[in-house]
Design a protein around this ligand. Sequence first.
Ligand code: ZN
Length: 122
Amino acid sequence: MTKKKTARVIRMSQEDWLARAVELFGRDAADWAFVCPSCGQVQSVRDFERFAGEGATPDSASQECIGRYDGHARSEMLSGDRPCNYVAYGLFNVCPVTVVLPDGRESPRFGFAIPSKKPEKA
Ligand SMILES: [Zn+2]
């Protein structure tokens, strides 16, 4: 068995993370988009608005695969199904980003998606 290279996790402060999001997608947080590290699903904060009644929050897009809300809840992580039921705060952390919160706690996050367009100048 070949030795698998461990993926690098980027650690950043919440302030830097928010600044990076604005830089990539603009000030409207609904446009911020992330990639599920388990299945590759690209999802924006806006995609979760329709699931607010089921407990989705603006943070869901960077921490929960939308499969948990859209009927794919049985699609296990790393099964190849997309979207899946992965969450960043679950048993397995495969997230590429760790955000260090102001109180020192660490919050694993999905990586940012590649923006489809340049954000409008704020
Ligand atoms: Zn997923």
